[in-house]
Design a protein around this ligand. Sequence first.
Ligand code: ATP
Length: 302
Amino acid sequence: MITTTQLTKRYGGILAVDGVSLDVQPGDIYGFLGANGSGKTTTVRMVLGLVLATSGSVDLLGRRMPRAGRAVLPRVGALVEGPAAYGHLSGRANLALLDSSGTGGTRRSRSTRIDAVLEQVGLAAVGRRPVKAYSLGMRQRLGLAAALLRQPELLVLDEPTNGLDPQGIREIRELIQGLHRRGTTVFLSSHLLAEVEQLCTRVGVLDRGRLVLQDSLASLQRPTGRTVVHTPDHERAHVLLDGRVEHREGERLIVRGADPAALNALLVADGVRVRELGPERRTLEQVVLAATEHPDHQVGVS
Ligand code: ATP
């Protein structure tokens, strides 16, 4: 869906994007994670042909960008930083303007399509109000509605939940999940770890212009081969496990070995009370901090 090879953008002395090779597959909800200023927006703009790369290449839906823009962009829905709209016109009228530029169909079918996307993003009730009366969150949703007009195969969203309240964030998340279930591939940039962790199937992490990590969320969060045990009898457990305890914090022990059932049986047989026990997994935050290697600088954490 999106393949970039050694994509690089230099602004004078600033290397904004440095040799990034992205691989977004059909069916992904791909989370493109990075701190502010790490180069996400510049990358997204190059993918869409809005900014020319200094070097490297972009293939979008299998076609070389920006050359194939006219052919492929109608199949891609995009929301890139601050959706633009005419404030004096209604949300509906803004969508109608966008829709009249080449999506085809009769006036009536276009009108039905606009109603459908307004409904989808939760703006049906305010579609006839002028956009200048919209909140930031409503404008963001209008931008999403515009991206959905052409029923895209691929949706590219730059920080889609920027400026939304928790309820709005949840609605957008559910909307993205619904679209994904119906077959849309989604590429979204975000600086919010929790958002990516809850929504995405694959993750790419950008750190100061470089892609330092790209993998499926499932494999990033696979068990580490250690077991976490919560027990009030940690001293006894420590003795019993004879050197297998790698770390203890209060009642929480990290034990070498990935057979929780056997470990539980061993502890319980010896009368050690077990409150909780299970395989250890790294959180996305731990994975990202390890990959970015400057824990003092809280990359992507919020
Ligand atoms: P944010 O989340 O804050 O939007 P980002 O990860 O999207 O950040 P970019 O906006 O791509 O990051 O910026 C990456 C770097 O490139 C920054 O140092 C930025 O100052 C610089 N940059 C971006 N656009 C330009 C430009 N048009 N001219 C000069 N420098 C630029």
